[in-house]
Design a protein around this ligand. Structure first.
Ligand code: NIG
Ligand code: FE
Length: 410
C-alpha cells in the first residue's frame, strides 16, 4: 500500500477564503472573507484535510512534506472561467496597428482579428497547438491560476474545433465549445455556417466540451442565430454561456436569462435594464476588465451589478486579440481600481463564483475541508497585496492538488 500523500503548509501569516458554503455569492456575502492568522493548511491525497491556527495543529502520524509559510498568506487557487488560451501565433502586429489608431472592430471587418488567429491555429496542427497551449498554461499557473476554462473558436472547421477541445481537456482545462465565434470565409453567411456547425460539429463537440458559448455581437451572430445555436447545444447536454454587450447591447442579457445560461460575459455596455435583469436571475455576470483595458473600452458596470444583487465573476479573457493577459492578480487590481470592487469581492469573483460558472463550486474556489487542495501562497502577510501590488511579483508558490506546482524560488 502506498503511503498517504500529505503536504503541510505551516506558519502562514494568514489564510483567507470566501465565507459561507453556498455559491454563487451575491450582495453583501461577496464581501465576507474568513481570515485565520498564524495558520496552517494540511493537504491529504489532493484534498484539504484540515486548517486552522498553528496552536491547533496536532501531531501528524505518518510522512508529511512541509512548506514554510512564514511571511506568506494563502488564498484559494484562482479559477479563470473565461479564456481563449488555446490559440497559435499572436497578433502583435495588430496591437501595433491599434496603438497607431486602428480599431479592433475595423481589423476584424478587414479579415484580421479572430480570423487571423483562425488561420494560425488551423496551420499549427494538433501538436503545435498543444505546445502553444502548454506555454499559455504555464503562464496562467505562474500567475496563480489552478483551474482554467478555455474555449475553441479559432478552428471554425470540424477538425480544428475538435482538436482545440481535445487539447484543452488534455492540458487539464475545462473545454467550452465556441463554434459560433465568427463566420469563416468558406461559408456564405452566418446561417449557412450554423447549419454546418449543428449538423457536422455539435454531435462530437458535445461529448468533448462542458459548455457552449456564442459571440452575440454586430458583425458576428444575432439573437435569433444565437438562440438557435444555444438551444441545439442545450439539447445536446451542454451548459450555456454567451459573449454579450461587448460593443453593442444586442440582446445577449435577455437571451441568457430566457435560456437559463450559466453566464453572460463582457457586459461593457450593459445598461440599467440589463443590470436589473441579471440581478433577478441565476445567470452569473462574468466581467473581463483586462479586455476593456486592452481595447480602451468602457469598464463593465460591476458596482451596479453587485449592489443590485447579481452574481458576479471575474476572468482574464486571455486571448491574442482583445486581452493578451493571463494574470488574475492583475484582473483583481483592475477590479479594485477600475470596477470599484473591494479586495474581498474581487477574491470571491475569481474563486468561488468563477468555480460556480464552471460547475465546480463544490470542490474549487475555497480553502475549506474537503475542497481540492489548490492554494496560492502570496509574498505578503496581508493577502490584499494580490490586488494592491499592480503587476507585482506577488505569487510566491502555487499548490495544485496538494502538490507544489510552481514556486518562484525553485
Ligand atoms: O472575448 N469578443 C470575442 N472574442 C474574444 C476575442 C477573441 C480575439 O480577438 O481573438 C473576446 O474578446
Ligand atoms: Fe472572450
Amino acid at each position: 500500500m502506498s503511503p498517504v500523500r500529505r503536504l503541510l503548509v505551516r506558519d502562514l501569516a494568514s489564510v483567507v477564503s470566501p465565507a459561507r458554503t453556498r455559491a454563487p455569492l451575491r450582495g453583501v456575502a461577496l464581501r465576507e472573507a474568513e481570515v485565520i492568522e498564524r495558520a496552517f493548511v494540511l493537504c491529504e491525497e489532493g484534498r484539504i484535510a484540515a486548517l486552522g491556527p498553528m496552536d491547533a495543529l496536532g501531531a501528524i502520524a505518518g510522512e508529511v512534506e512541509e512548506v514554510d509559510g512564514r511571511g506568506l498568506s494563502a488564498i484559494p487557487g484562482l479559477v479563470d472561467c473565461h479564456t481563449h488560451a488555446c490559440f497559435a501565433g499572436d497578433r502583435v502586429h495588430e496591437f501595433a496597428l491599434r496603438a497607431a489608431g486602428a480599431s479592433y472592430e475595423e481589423l476584424h471587418a478587414a479579415g484580421g482579428g479572430i480570423l487571423a488567429t483562425v488561420r494560425a491555429t488551423r496551420a499549427a496542427g494538433e501538436e503545435g497547438l498543444a505546445a502553444a497551449l502548454e506555454r499559455h498554461r504555464r503562464w496562467m499557473l505562474q500567475a496563480g491560476t489552478t483551474t482554467f476554462e478555455a474555449k475553441s473558436g479559432y478552428g471554425l472547421d470540424r477538425d480544428t474545433e475538435l482538436a482545440q477541445l481535445r487539447a484543452v481537456a488534455r492540458a487539464g482545462g475545462v473545454p467550452t465549445w465556441l463554434g459560433a465565434h465568427a463566420v469563416p470565409p468558406e461559408h456564405a453567411d452566418a446561417d449557412a455556417y450554423l447549419d454546418f456547425l449543428l449538423a457536422e460539429v455539435l454531435p462530437e463537440a458535445a461529448s468533448l466540451a462542458e459548455a457552449a458559448d456564442v459571440f452575440l455581437e454586430r458583425g458576428a451572430f444575432d439573437v435569433a442565430q444565437a438562440r438557435r445555436y444555444l438551444e441545439a447545444c442545450r439539447e445536446a447536454g451542454l451548459a450555456l454561456r454567451l459573449h454579450g454587450d461587448q460593443f453593442t447591447e444586442a440582446g445577449a442579457v435577455p437571451l441568457a436569462v430566457e435560456l437559463g445560461a450559466r453566464s453572460v460575459d463582457h457586459l461593457e455596455v450593459t445598461g440599467a435594464s440589463g443590470v436589473a435583469l441579471l440581478a433577478a436571475s441565476d445567470v452569473t455576470a462574468v466581467l473581463l476588465p483586462a479586455s476593456a483595458l486592452f481595447l480602451g473600452r468602457p469598464m463593465p458596470p460591476a458596482r451596479a451589478l453587485v449592489d443590485a444583487g447579481a452574481a458576479v465573476a471575474l476572468a482574464t479573457d486571455f486571448n491574442p486579440g482583445s486581452a493578451f493577459c493571463e494574470s488574475l492578480p492583475l484582473v483583481m487590481s483592475l477590479a479594485c481600481t477600475q470596477l470599484r470592487l473591494t479586495p474581498e469581492e474581487a477574491l470571491a469573483a475569481c474563486t468561488v463564483n468563477a468555480a460556480h460558472v464552471l460547475g465546480r463550486a463544490d470542490r474549487k474556489g475555497r480553502i475549506a475541508r474537503g475542497y481540492d487542495a489548490d492554494l496560492v501562497l502570496l509574498a505578503a502577510e496581508d493577502w490584499r497585496h494580490v490586488a494592491y501590488h499592480l503587476a507585482g511579483p506577488v505569487v510566491e508558490t502555487v499548490i495544485r492538488g496538494g502538490e507544489v506546482a510552481w514556486s518562484r524560488s525553485a
